[in-house]
Design a protein around this ligand. Structure first.
Ligand SMILES: Nc1ncnc2c1ncn2[C@@H]1O[C@H](COP(=O)(O)OP(=O)(O)O)[C@@H](O)[C@H]1O
Ligand SMILES: [Mg+2]
Length: 284
């Protein structure tokens, strides 16, 4: 349904690529996630896919039609939630939704019902300048679903939310998937990727490192992993080894014989452990 091919993005024209040859496909009705640390290029890709950032090189196709040919009606078909919610601080939550709803040429949901969905009903008539960060984020989220989009883009939808609010938003995301909405989601949180995504692509320094169903990734790399820190003093290196993998097992035995081991933790394999194994760095 969505095809991204050989996408590059260079913000300053100095051949420093924030997005460096990124390709992937998203099937209709799936939740496809981008998992990677800050600065990996996730928001840049989302902004190019939604037309907010002008595409420089590569292809973005919706049902084989290039994004540059989608026309204005495209905005009626997509929902976009930003990392920094773009809402008007002088307006109330209700007024914000009324305003943004008026920009669509399709039917939009009742603002009050949406506010109620995320626990903002009592704050509906307060200026959003007085909203907490989490409240603003919830407002930004419902703004993105008010036009019943076919495709939903969610940039770090759960970052900074308390567990209760986060679980409410996760339920709404799952409901949207059940309705057949295709969802692109970015996160630096392995739990979010694990719980919500049908497929997840690891992204680091503008490049996709691997891509699969979270469960398959864990099966592929093994159930049990150890995280070790080796080196002397402050000069140490973090590595993750999967003991079901022969090569990793040998390396582990070698390290145990040497004397540079600083710490060792044995853990169930998580997406972050796999990320560290593949990139040499963590997600934060
Ligand atoms: N407007 C911009 N101008 C210049 N560089 C930018 C701009 N926005 C992002 N970058 C750089 O591009 C890279 C990717 O950023 P971003 O897509 O925001 O990553 P992520 O969303 O994964 O944190 C980072 O190195 C960031 O500093
Ligand atoms: Mg981002």
């Amino acid at each position: 349904m969505i095809k991204v091919e050989n996408l590059f993005h260079d913000y300053e024209g100095k051949k420093h690529y924030a997005v460096n040859d990124v390709s992937f496909n998203i099937e209709k009705g799936e939740i496809f996630g981008f998992l990677g640390p800050n600065g990996a290029g996730k928001s840049t890709v989302q902004n190019i896919m939604t037309g907010i950032l002008k595409k420089q090189q590569g292809k973005v196709l919706y049902n084989n039609k290039p994004i540059e040919k989608m026309g204005k009606s495209f905005n009626n078909r997509i929902g976009v939630s930003f990392e920094q919610p773009n809402i008007y601080l002088k307006l109330t939550g209700y007024e914000n939704l009324k305003y943004f709803g008026g920009l669509f040429n399709v039917r939009t949901e009742d603002p009050m019902k949406l506010l109620e969905k995320v626990g903002l009903k009592d704050e509906a008539n307060k200026r959003t300048a007085n909203y907490s960060k989490g409240m603003k984020q919830r407002l930004g989220f419902i703004r993105s679903i008010m036009n019943n989009p076919e495709i939903l883009f969610l940039d770090e939808p759960l970052a900074g939310l308390d567990p209760n609010t986060a679980s409410g938003i996760k339920e709404i995301i799952k409901e949207m998937k059940k309705k057949g909405v295709t969802i692109f989601l970015t996160t630096h949180n392995m739990f979010v990727a694990d719980e919500l995504c049908d497929r997840v692509a690891f992204i680091n320094e503008g490049k996709i490192i691997t891509e699969d169903n979270p469960r398959n990734l864990k099966l592929k790399y093994g159930k049990q992993s150890v995280k070790i820190e080796t080196g002397k003093g402050d000069d140490f290196k973090t590595e993750v080894l999967f003991l079901e993998n022969e090569e990793d097992k040998e390396k582990f035995d070698r390290i145990m014989k040497e004397k540079h081991l600083q710490t060792i933790h044995s853990q169930e394999a998580t997406l972050e452990q796999i990320f560290i194994k593949l990139t040499g760095r963590g997600l934060v």
